[in-house]
Each structure stands twice: as C-alpha cells, then as structure tokens.
Ligand binder design. Structure first.
Ligand SMILES: Cc1ncc(C[n+]2csc(CCOP(=O)(O)OP(=O)(O)O)c2C)c(N)n1
Length: 574
C-alpha cells in the first residue's frame, strides 16, 4: 500500500528533486515521514518557513528545475508567503506543500485554520486542496506541471487526515513535464522589425536575463549594429564577461554610460527584459522588443515592433535581415564613458582612499569616516572569490555594491530578490544555493537589516552543513531607506540599527565569525572567510554615508541629492 504522502514524495524524487525545505508539524507529519524513508531526498529543517521558500526560489532559479518547500497548518503556511512571492516574480518553478486542518473541520474556523486556496490565490499558478484520494495522482501531476510550465508557484494543500490515507495499489506515480516549446517570432514581424532597425541611424540594446542563453546571438547583434548594450542587473550573469559592447546598468544602480547609450540612439532594441524603471528609459525612440512572454511587451515603454519568441531563436532569425554598420560613434562614446567610470570606481577599492589629499581624486572629505567603504569590501570579495562562485545579495545597498564591484565571470551565478525586492533574501537564497552543491563557493552580500530579519536561520547553515560565506555590510542603518529620505530632503529617521556584534552571534550558533573594523583588515578578513571550509560570517563595519547617484536624476532626486552629502556626486561626469 502507498499513502498519499508517499506517492507525492516518490513523484518528486523520480523527477529529480533532491531537497525539501520547511518546518515539520501536524498535517505534514506523514510527508516528512515519507521523506525520512526516501534516500534520494534530503530534508532541510529551517527555523522560519520564509527561509525555506527563499531557498527553494533560489534553487529553482539556479537549476530551472522544480524546487520544493513546506509549511504546515495556518501560520506555517503563511510564513512561506514572502519567499513564494519572490519565486512568483522571478518566474521560478516552486512547489509549496502546505498543511490544513482535518477535512471534517474545514470551514469551521477551526484552531489554526486558514483558507489556503484563498491565501495563496495571488501568488500561485496552481492552488488546490486534496480532499479525496480520488483526486490522485492527478492533482499532484497538475501541481508539478503548472509550476514547471507556467514558471511559477504551485501550492498543494494536504488536510491533516489526508497525507496518511492509503491509495489503491495500481495508482500511477505522477510524472512532471518540464519541456516547453521553443517559439520563434513570425516572419512578418521579423521583417518589419529588421526594416525599422535598418532605417535607424544608431541603435542601443537593452538586454535582460531572458537573453542569458542567447549570449552568442546577442553579441552578434551588437557587433552587426555597432550598438552599445545596457545590461539589466540580472543579465550581468552570463552576459557581462568578455563583452566589448556592454556599458553597465541603468537605473539607480547604473552609470552615466547607459544614459549616453539611451539618449544617443534612435532605435532601442529590448531583448529578454522587463526592466521596470520607466523613468530611466528614453522616450521618442523607435522601439523593438523581443520577449518570450507576449504579455511583457509594451508594458514599460510603447513598442513599435513586438517580437514574441525565444531570445535565441528570435535573434538567430533576425540577424540575417540586418545590415552591418561601420559607424561606431555611439558605441565608442558610451564605452569610453563606461571605461572612465570603471576606472574611477577603482579609487574606491583602495584602503587608503579616505586618507588621500583633497582634490587628487576630486572628492569631498566632509563625510569621511574611519569605517570601511562598502565599495572596498565588495571589490576585495570580487577579487578573491572563485571564478564559479554563486552570489546572492540583499535588497538594499549591498545590491548596489554587488552590481558595481562584482564582475560575473561567465561561470559565476547571481541570485537576488531582484523583482520582488524583499529584504532578508540573501542568506536564505545562499543556503538554497549551497544545498545544491556543498563544494561550490556561495557568497551572500547581506545588509545588517536584512540579515537580522531572518537571523535564526544562521543555525540552519550549521545544522545542515551548508558552507555559505555571509558578508555583512554592517552600516548600522537601513541604508537604502536613509538614501530615500535624503533624496527627498527628509531628515534621517527610524533607520538607525542597534546591532549586536554579528561575528559573535555567528560564533554563538557554531559558525565561524570574523569582525573587521579597519579598512586595512578587510583583505585579510575576506581571505580568512573564503579559506574557511564551513559556514562563516564576515561582519564588516561599513560607512553608512556611502550612497549612490543615478545616471539621470529626476528633478526631485536632484534636489535631494544636492542637499545630501554624496561623495560620488563630485566624481560624476555630469
Ligand atoms: C521585507 C521588507 N521590508 C521592508 C523593505 C523596505 N526596504 C528596502 S531596503 C530597506 C533597508 C535595508 O537595510 P539593510 O538590510 O540594512 O541594507 P542597506 O540598505 O543598509 O545596505 C528597507 C527597509 C523591503 N524591501 N522588504
């Protein structure tokens, strides 16, 4: 006899799922018992279900395969929500197995009862409660297929009395379908887009993560059109290295070269991107957009030539229709600005920068600080990290430092909460990444606010031997919010964090902890962190006054920045 729980776990193991993340309890006890007896699946018991969902989201993004988390009746399921939204907005195939009160109590406002089907309605592409064994194996199969095909979250809810029910002997093990059809844009749309591109004088590309698998075609496109290529943060992975056309990012984390590229073109080609910041996109251009999701086309800027299809197939079909260009004026101008900017950035990766005479580096000294520059920390981690390290970063300033100072080598990977923008994602996502391969270096850039939000799960890194390297940018602030306040001229309020010594916290839970307070100790601290074989936390006291300036400040931002004391402002070419 096979139980409902056993069938579910067997299906997941057959599909290649190697871990399930969650917290045990009541309705899901038959499921955890089935996992205990399944050698192919490891149970990773976390301290907060949100961590389980973030870890699963990271695993699904890194592997493109189904990842699984669990939260039991009521509050356990509710705790999953934020991480599941991260998976939804990152298009990550995640299955959440949730508990429910026994069937006879459902609908009676029973102890811990929440209506999962209502609770998860917005976050999921599939959300069903198993109320009868007659629904199996169908509901399990539908849940897995929905997550894989629609690239999103499927929620399967098991009432307390259902998981242990016996199924008929001949019940088939559910099988999931991961393959999806490759779609090529239609010939007429391709011809029209090509004509528009050929008719333009200067083309700029904005390329997103959707083109990651089309690196060769994207480079050929840029080469054929002599076009500068603005990359989204997520497209750094896979497209940043050895790319003579890229000019960095736009948006708040971006640099001036992206503005040159955007302003200077008359045709803008968007490939595999849903870059959301309208204010940073240029207006008055002929716009071509290629995206596998037709629903994403035109939602950020009006599009003249929509191309619905896979980036690799679409570009392969478009390339032969495009005239080659020799005029590299815009490309060279944007690249030269980008190179200058990158060179200027290197000053920040100098431990003695704050001691250098005024004027030498065209900087102000009125907000100089003995605390470590976050740029220095990010730059040194970049220099010493493995060529195939996996990076995660918290929502907040640490993502800015990662974007600017960590170069993706081609084999490095990058995960963050870059669409949901949740805090506290970096450490849980790093745990998920480490769970996939404990021999691969996994480095999390954590905010002090972000880390402390889900700090209980430092224990999980130790208890499950997940050798994550946690770099804490300990600026004693909710730094991104401090920046927001300064941008609009508000006095800083509510952003100061009274932190413990995070290295001591790490040591207390059994992890190696290293604390760095002096800029000259950063390199030794980073090397010690990377050399340590197990989980380790590097707590670096960073300067809270380091902030960024966007390449094209709005009026409101400009005013705020004028009164905020920014260093980089004086280094900006504008
Ligand atoms: C769960 C959640 N709560 C609040 C916010 C709003 N928010 C965005 S960044 C930020 C501050 C982050 O502070 P910290 O983690 O210390 O990083 P820093 O910006 O200082 O590097 C806040 C409160 C959010 N994005 N997510």
């Amino acid at each position: 006899m096979t139980t409902v729980a056993e069938l579910l776990i067997e299906a997941l193991a057959e599909h290649g799922v190697t871990q399930v993340w969650g917290v045990v309890g009541d309705a899901l006890n038959p499921v955890t018992d089935a996992i205990r007896r399944e050698d192919r699946i490891e149970w990773v018991g976390v301290r907060h279900e949100e961590v389980a969902a973030f870890a699963a989201s990271a695993q699904a993004q890194l592997t493109d395969r189904l990842a699984v988390c669990m939260g039991t009746v009521g509050p356990g399921a509710i705790h999953l929500l934020n991480g599941l939204y991260d998976a939804k907005k990152s298009h990550a195939p995640v299955l959440a197995i949730c508990g429910q009160v026994p069937r006879e109590e459902m609908g009676s406002d029973f102890f811990q009862e929440v209506d999962n089907d209502a609770l998860f309605a917005d976050v999921s592409v599939f959300c069903k409660t198993v109320t009868s064994i007659d629904q199996l194996p169908g509901l399990i199969e539908q849940a897995g297929n929905a997550a894989l095909q629609a690239r999103g979250v499927a929620v399967l809810t098991l009432p307390g009395d259902v998981g242990g029910l016996d199924l008929p002997k001949d019940t088939a093990v559910p099988r999931f379908v991961a393959e999806r059809p490759d779609q090529q844009p239609g010939p007429e749309a391709l011809r029209a887009a090509a004509d528009a591109i050929n008719a333009g004088e200067r083309v700029t590309l904005l390329v997103g993560q959707g083109a990651r698998h089309a690196r060769a075609e994207v480079l050929q496109l840029a080469d054929r059109l002599a076009a500068p290529m603005v990359l989204t943060l997520k497209a750094k992975e896979g497209l940043e290295h050895d790319n003579p056309f890229e000019v960095g990012q736009s948006g708040l984390i971006g640099n001036h070269a992206s503005k040159i590229a955007f302003d200077g073109c008359d045709v803008l080609v968007l490939v595999g991107t849903d870059f959301p910041y309208k204010d940073f996109l240029p207006t008055g251009k002929v716009v071509v957009q290629l995206d596998v999701r037709g629903t994403h086309i035109g939602r950020r800027t009006p599009v003249d030539h929509p191309l619905v299809g896979d980036a690799r197939l679409g570009l392969a079909a478009l390339l032969p229709l495009l005239d080659a260009r020799t005029d590299r004026t815009l490309l060279d101008k944007a690249r030269s600005s980008y190179d200058d900017w990158r060179e200027r950035q290197q000053h920040f990766v100098d431990p003695d920068y704050d001691q250098k005479p005024v004027g030498l580096l065209r900087r102000k000294v009125d907000n100089a600080s003995d605390r470590v520059r976050p740029e220095l920390l990010a730059g040194i981690v970049d220099r010493h990290a493995a060529h195939d390290a996996v990076f995660t970063s918290d929502t907040g300033m640490s993502t800015v430092w990662l974007s600017r100072f960590v170069r993706m080598s081609g084999t490095r990977r990058l995960v963050g909460s870059y669409n949901l923008g949740s805090m506290a994602n970096a450490m849980p996502q790093a745990l998920g990444a480490a769970g996939l391969d404990r021999d691969r270096q996994v480095i999390a850039f954590c905010g002090d606010g972000g880390l402390s939000m889900l700090m209980g799960d430092l224990i999980t890194a130790v208890s499950h031997e997940l050798p994550v390297k946690l770099v804490v940018f300990d600026n004693g602030r909710l730094g991104m919010v401090k920046l927001e306040m300064e941008q609009v001229g508000l006095p800083e309020f509510g952003t100061v964090l009274h932190n413990p010594d995070f290295a001591k916290v790490a040591e207390a839970v059994g992890m190696r902890g290293i604390r760095v307070e002096d800029p000259h100790d950063v390199e030794a601290g980073v090397l010690a962190m990377l050399d340590h074989p197990g989980p380790v936390l590097l707590d670096v006291l960073t300067n809270p006054d380091e902030i960024v300036i966007p390449p094209k400040p709005t009026l409101k931002q400009g005013w705020g920045f004028a009164i905020a004391k920014t260093r980089e402002f004086v280094d900006s070419p504008e």
